[in-house]
Unconditional design. Structure first.
Length: 241
């Protein structure tokens, strides 16, 4: 049976690149999007042309009830996921003294609560399927080293790293690996206006990474060759840290 993977935030950027890479390697995809239905449909068509089955899921990862309902409905119809990739997230960058309550709460609520909201309803079906599995979270260089103007974002991503490491211990005996990818500056909408001179200062390789360079790692972590890799935070950042 073809393995199926849920990827949050997969209508664009890193999530889209991961979805295409996995489809190229034969995984069926549960394609999640928040609001851009047309973009999600375009990605779905691309994946379908690659010969895999695709289901579309729409929800805000911060809305626990909506996430639970969408995921449980999808699992009831198509079966448990073999893999879950927690990619969706937001940033609201500003210096901490000027940071509003909403800028703090929205980032923590979306990014960190999203870990529970998305992964919790997928775990027991994965365990009960008794076929092992893969869980991959997306953190950030900011969650490891911190970053100016990103106290909220750094806190949420550091929390994801801690949660990932703890969950890996609980699921290891079930042959379910739990790892974290921590990207640096990747060519996505989130950093579209990032000055080139700052990239050159911050990144030893003097360039941003490409979404495909994250997707390749995600594909490897989902493979049989990665069955003994768990509890790891793997940075993809051109040497930033």
């Amino acid at each position: 049976m073809t393995k199926r993977v849920l990827i949050t935030g997969s209508s664009r950027g890193i999530g889209k690149a991961i979805a295409i890479k996995l489809a190229e390697n034969g995984f069926n995809i549960a394609l999640h999007f928040h609001s851009n239905h047309s973009a999600a449909e375009e990605v779905k068509q691309t994946l379908t042309h690659l010969g895999v089955n695709v289901s579309l899921l729409q929800f805000d990862i911060g809305d626990r009830a909506a996430v639970k309902q969408a995921i449980e409905t999808d699992i009831a119809e198509h079966g448990a996921y073999y893999g879950v990739i927690l990619n969706a997230g937001i940033n609201r960058d500003t210096a901490f003294p000027a940071m509003t309550e909403n800028e703090w709460d929205s980032v923590i609520h979306t990014n960190l609560d999203g870990f529970y909201n998305v992964i919790h309803p997928t775990v027991m079906p994965m365990v009960q399927a008794r076929k092992g599995g893969r869980i991959i979270t997306l953190a950030s260089v900011s969650g490891i080293a911190g970053n100016r103007g990103q106290v909220n974002y750094s806190a949420s991503k550091a929390g994801i790293i801690g949660a990932t490491k703890a969950l890996s211990l609980e699921l290891a005996k079930r042959k379910i690996t739990v790892n974290c990818i921590a990207p640096g500056l990747i060519e996505t909408d989130m950093v579209s206006d990032f000055p080139t001179d700052l990239v050159n200062q911050m990144v030893p390789m003097k360039r941003m990474g490409k979404p495909n360079e994250i997707a390749g790692l995600a594909n490897f972590l989902l493979s049989d060759d990665a069955a003994y890799i768990t509890r790891q935070v793997i940075s993809v950042n051109g040497g930033m840290i």
